[in-house]
Every structure is written in structure tokens, then in C-alpha cells.
Unconditional design. Structure first.
Length: 290
């Protein structure tokens, strides 16, 4: 997938599997900037037409079951991309249709972001296997869960550093460790952010206050204060370590301005690579479908 993403990036309009144009349904239960832009542009680059659907304006808002909507979509679109809440809804959609269904973000996972992140790390570091990645902040988040699974799959050593009350789902940790045992990587949870960051090749964080938990802002800011990525914390990583953040970022909270905007930050490459990685994903899925 990453090799295909690199090929797509080098030749942006070289793949046109959606020529026609065929339509891809891009559904949003949650607000979005990068996901919406990258999928809409990417589908157009592939020769297709994005059909942007806000669920509040559709029958998916509760008047029609996910299974019935899935059967309607498959008669008219080439693929379905859905940014939603529960992972179970995506799984129900995928089970109920013959066209590819892409998780554009759920409460539990954000796999498209991780494809882009791994592509970006590979561009800057070469081979992925053996690198150490630390994710600091909310260990219960979809990003932390996705880093565990994706980095373990790539043979990397991934550390999640989070306060005791914000630990990742134990089932996800166990799954990541099982994957890592086969790939030569590792997956661990380290509460102390300084211990976790020491010797890291890649330092990652995300917003402390994700969509749906805005009422917890004060509590979270207090809990995560020592996990803020500043120059002092970055100094514990390797001298050539890179910093990543999937955005939007809040300077002065999860990351200081001098790190986010500094020479070790590769966030803009990371943001761009959402386009290329997602195009590669759609190309691959459409090939599998035949």
C-alpha cells in the first residue's frame, strides 16, 4: 500500500480507476477539513466524482437502517467512505454491501491517517521496521489505537504514553503485541512521558480534546499537562527525531509552537500524504473488487 502511495505521489494523475466518472459516496457524521478535502480531491484525481453526504440531511440520520442504506448505495456508487462515531456502524455497512467501505474515522480507529503517517515516516526515515515511535497524550483515542496496530504491523516499536486514567483499550494492546510478535516490532504502554520519549525516532501527539469530549476540557488539560511536547521533551528523543501531529493542533496545549513549527516537524508532509495514501487505498480496494 505504501509503495503504491509513493507511486501515486510521484505521478498524481497516472491512475484513473474511477474514469467515467464513477461516483464515491463520502459520508460525514462528524465535521471535517483534511478528510473531506483529501478524499474529494483524491476521488477527482482518480477520474471520479465525490458525492458528499452530511448524515443530518439524509435518511442515515436515523430514518433508515445502515444495512438498508448499504444496499441502496451499492447500486449507484463505486465505493463508500464514512466518517462516523461507532466502529460497529462501519462494520455493519461493510457487511451489507458488495462495494468497498472505507473507515474515514471512527471513535475507535483512524486507519487512513495512519497510512499517511507511515508514508511520511518512510519518506523521512527510509525503512520503517525497527524504528521507535512514541505517541503522547490520550491513550484511549482512535489515534493511539491506530498507532498501536499500524506500527506493530510495520515491525516498529510503538510506545503509548498516557496518564493512568487514559490508557488504551487492553484488547487493542494485546492485539498489537500479537502482531508485533510476528513482525519483529513491539507495543507497550509507558505512563512516564520522559521515559517513553527517550531514544524515540518519531514523536507523535494529538489534540487532548477530541470531538465529543469538549465538556472535559479543563479536566483533560490538567491531566495531560506533563505530556505536552515541548523542546525539553523533544530533546530526549534521538537528535534526528521527527515530530508528527494529524491536526488540528492547539499550540501551547499538546505541543509548543517552537516544536510544531520547528525544523523537526513534518506535519505538512503528513497532511499532504492523506491525499496520496487514500488514493492508493481506493485504487487497491477497487482492484480487489475487480
Amino acid at each position: 500500500m505504501l509503495a503504491l502511495a509513493a507511486e501515486v505521489k510521484a505521478n498524481r494523475f497516472g491512475h484513473r480507476p474511477l474514469e467515467g466518472p464513477q461516483t464515491v459516496a463520502v459520508i460525514f457524521d462528524k465535521s471535517s477539513t483534511r478528510t473531506r478535502v483529501s478524499f474529494a480531491v483524491g476521488i477527482a484525481d482518480l477520474g471520479g466524482q465525490p458525492l458528499i453526504i452530511q448524515t443530518g440531511d439524509s435518511q442515515l440520520a436515523g430514518k433508515e437502517s445502515v444495512a438498508d442504506s448499504a444496499r441502496v448505495f451499492e447500486r449507484q456508487v463505486a465505493a463508500i467512505v464514512w466518517r462516523t462515531f461507532a466502529q460497529s456502524g462501519l462494520e455493519e455497512m461493510a457487511a451489507g454491501t458488495t462495494v468497498p467501505v472505507v473507515n474515514a474515522l471512527s471513535d475507535e480507529f483512524h486507519p487512513c491517517q495512519l497510512l499517511a503517517d507511515l508514508q511520511t515516516i518512510k519518506e523521512h526515515k527510509g525503512a520503517l521496521a525497527g524504528l521507535t515511535v512514541v505517541f503522547l497524550g490520550d491513550g484511549r483515542s482512535n489515534m493511539a489505537h491506530s498507532y498501536l496496530l499500524a506500527c506493530a504491523t510495520a515491525g516498529m516499536h510503538v510506545r503509548i504514553s498516557a496518564p493512568a486514567h487514559y490508557q488504551p483499550d487492553p484488547a487493542v494492546v494485546t492485539r498489537a503485541q500479537a502482531i508485533a510478535a510476528k513482525t519483529g516490532g513491539s507495543a507497550s504502554v509507558v505512563i512516564d512521558p520522559r521515559e517513553a520519549t527517550t531514544g524515540a525516532d518519531v514523536v507523535v501527539t494529538d489534540t487532548w480534546v477530541s470531538m465529543g469530549v469538549e465538556s472535559e476540557k479543563a479536566e483533560r488539560v490538567a491531566a495531560f499537562a506533563s505530556y505536552s511536547v515541548d523542546a525539553d521533551l523533544m530533546s530526549l528523543a534521538k537528535p534526528d527525531a521527527v515530530f508528527m501531529h494529524c491536526l488540528p493542533a492547539y499550540r501551547g496545549y499538546e505541543v509548543s509552537a517552537d516544536v510544531l513549527d520547528g525544523p523537526q516537524s513534518i506535519i505538512w508532509d503528513e497532511a499532504e500524504n492523506r491525499l496520496h495514501a487514500q488514493k492508493a487505498l481506493l485504487i487497491w480496494l477497487l482492484r480487489q473488487k475487480g
